[in-house]
Design a protein around this ligand. Structure first.
Ligand code: NDP
Length: 470
């Protein structure tokens, strides 16, 4: 291990910053120690953006659902329909409608996942130390919950014939309404909980804008009881466990419709399966990613996990149901290769970070001793903590090379749909924007947390994503 840390921000300096903070002197405390959580000084455009997203995000998801459900996944056809027949006709004939069964199915599924989350055994994982100095425990049982859920779904539909495996695809519009109801309920519930009975009051961020607070969240790690963690549950269970189930159900619907499952649908199911199994196999690792370590719990995560994630991330399977295509062997091989190379990069980059952190830098990276910058940072309880930043291996190529892997996997998922339509490519465009925004947010967070150490890292590793490009 070769420590490269020429920058010294001493424990004494960090402690005096913490003291200054305790005394309420934000200026004396300085940016680096006080501001490493989410920002809370909000400008007017941010607030307008929050209003817009709170009001219009459900329409975006509904638009995509409708484009697929009624217009063969053409992105412009609903607009042309409005021009020809008016919005009212579109609403009456093509908007999703709530059904009692849709609500029963959705809330039954949600309750079942909550029961699995609370009752299944699992090892204890630990999150990152929060700005207020908490290190939370999590019961990591997602992989088991994934197996139980899928085994019951497959046995119930294919073996016992209790319901058709296409049940999710068949009720996709009604489920969308039910999920939206829950997503908004959860957003408002989390907002009021943050004031009425917060889980860790010192980790709350309350900005000068109520709308921003609603959108980005106030509580950092809201919980019910000791272990029901809102973030981990909603991202993992109604969010990510659902992906493979949804894809499977759309594959079954395709089978019902055309008598077989296309190779493109099989490939899409495979790519998602690899990603999802990886996520749960490494659920412990997920506790230290930005979702858990940085974002507060508001509409962005509450509605995002319950509506955006299951509907928009599986758009390709909806597309392939409406437009079944078989890829040629070269196209299939190329898409498979892009996806698997992406997965390899994604996993190995993330593993390097985990390895260097878990061995305190005493490990080999690409056959050589890891190069690290040893850092210190302070939490608002005045304690000084130590950490390290890897500067060799992938983390020496660029500061977010793991995102390159993610983007390749996302591209492969879009390519399973061929090149005839724009709509399936929404996903790669969205992921590019999301990850770009994450790079910027993470930079601000790390600069705030590590101060000069972070500047040193940026100097040693100047590129954010792709060397010599960005
Ligand atoms: P990272 O895994 O890159 O985590 C960033 C954090 O890692 C930083 O805040 C910092 O946290 C720490 N860190 C930064 N640089 C170094 C370094 N050189 N050495 C050691 N630690 C460092 O980001 P994400 O959490 O966003 O992503 C995790 C994975 O999830 C990625 O592979 C990403 O592609 C994927 N992802 C997928 C999404 C999807 O929707 N499919 C969405 C977002 C992410 P600290 O020092 O505080 O520990």
């Amino acid at each position: 291990m070769a420590g490269t840390g020429p920058v010294r921000r001493t424990a004494a300096k960090a402690a005096s910053e913490a003291d200054a903070r305790a005394a309420g002197d934000a200026k004396a405390a300085g940016e680096s120690a006080t501001n490493w959580g989410r920002s809370w000084d909000i400008g007017i455009w941010t607030v307008i953006g929050c209003y817009f997203m709170l009001a219009f995000c459900p329409f975006i998801v509904t638009y995509f659902w409708m484009a697929c459900d009624s217009f063969q996944c053409s992105i412009v056809a609903p607009v042309e329909y409005v021009q020809a027949h008016g919005f009212e006709q579109l609403y009456h004939n093509h908007f999703p409608k709530p059904t009692v069964f849709g609500f029963q199915l959705y809330f039954g599924w949600l309750s079942f996942q909550a029961i699995l989350y609370m009752l299944l055994p699992g090892k204890i994982g630990y999150g990152q130390t929060t700005p207020a100095g908490h290190t939370l425990e999590y019961v990591v049982n997602g992989l088991l919950a994934w197996f139980v859920t899928h085994a019951l779904f497959i046995a119930g539909s294919l073996y016992f014939g209790l319901f058709d495996a296409s049940i999710i695809a068949d009720n996709w519009g009604a489920l969308l309404i039910a999920a939206n109801v829950y997503g908004y309920f959860l957003t408002f519930f989390s907002y009021f909980k943050a004031y009425a009975f917060p889980s860790h009051a010192e980790d709350r961020k309350i900005s000068n804008s109520a709308v921003y607070n609603l959108f980005m969240g106030i509580e950092f790690n809201p919980r019910l009881g000791k272990y029901f963690d809102f973030k981990l549950f909603h991202n993992g269970r109604p969010g990510i466990i659902a992906w493979t189930l949804i894809n499977f159900s759309f594959a079954a619907a395709q089978y019902n419709r055309i008598g077989y499952v296309t190779n493109s649908m099989l490939l899409l199911n495979w790519l998602h399966l690899v990603y999802v199994i990886d996520f749960f196999y490494n659920e412990d690792w997920y506790l230290r990613t930005i979702d858990i370590a940085h974002d507060h719990f508001g509409f962005y995560l509450a509605w995002g996990d319950t509506v955006w994630l299951p509907w928009m991330y599986t758009l390709q399977s909806h597309f392939l149901l409406r437009n079944p295509i078989d890829l040629s062997t070269p196209a299939f091989t190329a898409v498979f290769a892009i996806g698997m190379v992406g997965y390899y990069i994604f996993r190995t980059v993330n593993n390097q970070k985990d390895l260097v952190r878990s061995t305190d830098g005493k490990c080999l990276i690409w056959g050589k001793p890891a190069k690290v910058i040893r850092t210190e940072f302070a939490t608002t309880d005045g304690k000084i903590h130590r950490s390290l930043l890897l500067t060799s291996g992938y983390w020496g190529i660029s500061r977010h090379f793991n995102y390159v892997g993610d983007l390749l996997i996302s591209l492969a998922m879009c390519l399973t749909c061929g090149t005839g339509y724009i709509l399936p490519y929404f996903y790669i465009v969205y992921m590019s924007i999301l990850l770009y925004q994450r790079i910027e947010r993470d930079h601000m967070r790390c600069k705030g947390k590590y101060g000069d150490y972070w500047d040193q890292y940026c100097k040693e590793v100047p590129y954010k994503l792709i060397p010599y490009v960005f």
